[in-house]
Design a protein around this ligand. Structure first.
Ligand SMILES: [Zn+2]
Length: 312
């Protein structure tokens, strides 16, 4: 088999603390009541860093090989009242007639977190294999009932040809006094060919990838407001996209427009430009738009923006 490039996975220290506390809690409950640790489920929210080889936009299909790094920056822990955890499986249940309410609690819990940090994606749930020491692998249930449905969902909703599954196991060399070092996160992905890929054990860190998008900052907000004012009627559309992307569709003339897409970590990450035909709605090749790392170098309107640069 051809060796493929696989993305790295990192987990922020704070998120790892939350996950390991939850895993440890259910392992302890199980050991005390049933002589064996219980599995549990959590919903990680993940930032994505793309490889720089191709200028990808939120409208392109993104596969595993296009990704340089996944960084887990937040996590939703399911409310205890809905948990149905055992030592060999973890699922959820609601009292009769309250299933819809449960679904809503889960969807809202994730949505609220994504609203605060739009640079994150929900790419599939994680769970624990508290009986495993060191490495593990997804069971056929994990693959068929979790990884596969989420892979299909991610493709349909986000244009991603993969899903992610974190499985927490016991650390092979634990440090007894700290839960964070008693466990490790084994990461698996289901790729565009429905093959399970082992992404290895996640490292804890990765702060830079977790920053909120530029438009959430004061500078970003001011810059966007100015750009919109300069563009005036030339601005056909200004939109937010999953993952913290922003797009500006700018009219060049009667037939042609330029689509500028700002990635979640603009201006550190380069924007992507694309020509759009206003007649056929066809998009041209995507290319990086490199004006350096200062946001003031990027001017979406032409004549006025030169004026803005001189003043700045
Ligand atoms: Zn499992």
């Amino acid at each position: 088999m051809k060796k493929v490039f696989l993305p790295k996975v990192k987990i922020s220290y704070r998120v790892w603390t939350v996950i390991t506390n939850e895993v440890a809690k259910w392992a302890k409950i199980g050991k005390e009541s049933y002589q064996s640790p219980l599995e549990c489920v959590f919903y990680p929210l993940t930032a994505i860093s793309l490889n720089k080889k191709r200028a990808l936009t939120p409208f392109d299909t993104v596969n595993l090989k296009d990704i340089r790094q996944f960084t887990l920056g937040d996590v939703f822990i399911p409310p205890e009242q809905y948990t149905n955890y055992s030592s060999y499986a973890a699922s959820f249940s609601a009292p009769m007639g309250q299933e819809q309410e449960m679904q809503q609690v889960f969807a809202q819990g994730i949505e609220t977190k994504l609203k605060k940090n739009p640079q994150f994606y929900f790419l599939g749930p994680g769970h624990s294999h508290p009986f495993s020491v060191g490495t593990t692998s997804p069971s056929s249930t994990d693959i068929n009932h979790h990884m596969l449905p989420y892979r299909n969902k991610n493709e349909e909703l986000l244009g991603f040809g993969f899903s992610l599954a974190i499985i927490v196991t016991q650390h092979p060399k634990p440090i007894a006094f700290d839960e964070r070092y008693k466990w490790q996160a084994c990461v698996f992905a289901l790729d565009e060919y429905n093959q399970v890929q082992d992404l290895g054990v996640a490292e804890t860190e990765g702060f830079n990838d977790l920053l909120q998008p530029f438009y959430y900052s004061h500078d970003g907000n001011t810059w966007e407001t100015l750009q919109k004012a300069f563009l005036g009627e030339k601005l056909i559309e200004h939109q937010r996209w999953p993952g913290g992307w922003t797009s500006f569709l700018i009219r060049e003339n009667e037939e042609k427009a330029t689509l500028i897409m700002l990635p979640p970590r603009f201006p550190t990450q380069m924007p992507v430009k694309q020509t759009i035909s206003l007649i056929t709605k066809q998009a041209g090749e995507s290319e990086f738009w490199d004006c350096g790392r200062g946001y003031k170098n990027y001017c979406l309107g032409d004549i006025n923006s030169v004026h803005y640069l001189k003043q700045a």
